[in-house]
Design a protein around this ligand. Sequence first.
Ligand code: ADP
Ligand code: MG
Length: 248
Amino acid sequence: MLRFDHVTKQFGGFKAVDDVSFTVRPGIITAVIGPNGAGKSTLVNMAAGSYRVSTGRILIDDVELQALPKHKIAHAGLSRTYQNIRLFDGMSVMKNLEVALVPPSIGSLVSDTFGFGGRREAEERRERCFEVLKTLGLAPFAERQAGSLAYGQQKLVELARAIVPKPRVLLLDEPAAGLNHGETEQLKQHILALRQPDLAMVLIEHDMKLIMSISDTIIVMNRGQLLAEGSPADIRANIEVQEAYLGQ
Ligand code: ADP
Ligand code: MG
């Protein structure tokens, strides 16, 4: 499981995340909601090692992540998607996924992944990537340039890339943002299929209908602080939460 333990992130004198503690358990979907600027992406960025925490600890089981470099955090089993798509546009969809399986020690991200670890390993990596692409309905696009895909498909490739290393902790930062109704419904089914006993999943979302229909537990952030935590029914009933939304 993933644990935030009194985590604070300051940018200058401003606390983007202010003494936040919560636990993300495997086998369920934990949603993190809250108005723009509440600190949701900052939580993900700290967990994944993109931002350093100012104070506090972030742990997977007993392993402290906050001092580790990004690749070691990934090695500890944490995977994330970005709120804004970050694919290698000029590379094929397949290559974008393969990159997620090549350790950074190998060198340049664009190095020929086929040359790493021998033909057999390369073949296994490609099989794993293709398996994930099939699961997400992306197999027909495997050899297309990522940048040539429609926006909704690119969002799914982001998800695919995060899943490929078989993470134990998966952080999804607004995966449904910008998707139409049909695409959102599809994404929902994919996320539900990921709800497995050995995966701790965090879903950051604005789409309340999606949140309420698939989350097992919800954390509400507001102005860097944890405002409420509970079941979808609890949160729906929480007036304070409603006020934070209405007042934004
Ligand atoms: P959310 O994802 O909930 O919309 P963010 O975590 O992106 O919010 O941002 C929380 C606050 O921290 C915002 O006020 C944002 O402007 C600020 N912030 C985020 N990243 C940085 C940064 N790198 N430098 C300065 N301020 C930042
Ligand atoms: Mg955000």
